[in-house]
Ligand binder design. Structure first.
Ligand SMILES: [Zn+2]
Length: 224
């Protein structure tokens, strides 16, 4: 799954407003962020594969970041990091967000998700139905976005960029230069995910800013 994971980030934000949205976005997408980094480092592989189905245009070999065992280890690292920082509630929530990625990917991927490193590949294959997959991902993000009722320029930009980049990915062909260069393709996806996370950070801050400025106005009025 591509942008759909962020839908879950929004839902968790609704339930636990004290958690920063950007941190939830990093957590639900952490396995992909690790995968992109591993591809750039040459540890894992994601290369262009010609196909009429846009979801089959990636030949993926992600034995570490996207194996169930790898996902458990990565979520454990996040859990321990926040636990020792004495943020025990955050540790549980963020750890579960990280592992959720693998189970959501399990629904859409064809049998290329390993259980152990590189072995016992699984996947239920929703990607075989590209229009249904597209609709499900857009729906996840839209429901999440509508739920948290966060309305400012950054939250609108975030929604716009997520839907626009995903729609572009599904309905248009990649430029030749990207097809031939795994590093460029991966960098573009990594940068667009970075942009989503930055906008999530800004949209949360902006919300606080409005709250603060309102209370400031109240304070001035009371002072009179
Ligand atoms: Zn993934």
């Amino acid at each position: 799954m591509f942008i759909g994971h962020y839908g879950l980030g929004y839902v968790v934000k609704k339930k636990t407003p004290e958690l920063p949205l950007w941190l939830l976005f990093v957590s639900v997408q952490l396995l992909d962020l690790v995968a992109f980094t591993f591809v750039l480092l040459g540890i894992e592989k994601a290369s262009y594969n010609p196909s009429n189905n846009p979801f089959f245009r990636n030949h993926l070999d992600l034995p570490y970041s996207h194996s169930l065992l790898g996902a458990i280890l990565i979520s454990l690292v996040v859990f321990i990091l926040f636990w020792i920082k004495d943020k025990k509630r955050w540790a549980w929530i963020l750890g579960l967000c990280v592992i959720s990625h693998w189970f959501i990917d399990l629904i859409v991927h064809t049998a290329d998700l390993p259980i152990l490193f590189g072995t016992c590949n699984v996947g239920f294959g929703l990607w075989s139905f590209p229009y249904l997959t597209y609709a499900v991902e857009i729906l996840f993000v839209l429901i999440g976005w509508l739920l948290i009722k966060q309305r400012n320029i950054f939250s609108y930009l975030l929604l716009f960029f997520m839907i626009a980049s995903f729609t572009g990915m599904v309905f248009s062909e990649e430029p030749e230069i990207m097809k031939q260069n795994d590093y460029l393709r991966t960098s573009v996806v990594l940068i667009s995910n970075g942009l989503f996370i930055l906008l999530a950070y800004l949209s949360d801050r902006k919300r606080k800013y409005f709250k603060n400025s309102n209370s400031h106005v109240n304070l001035i009025n009371t002072g009179k």
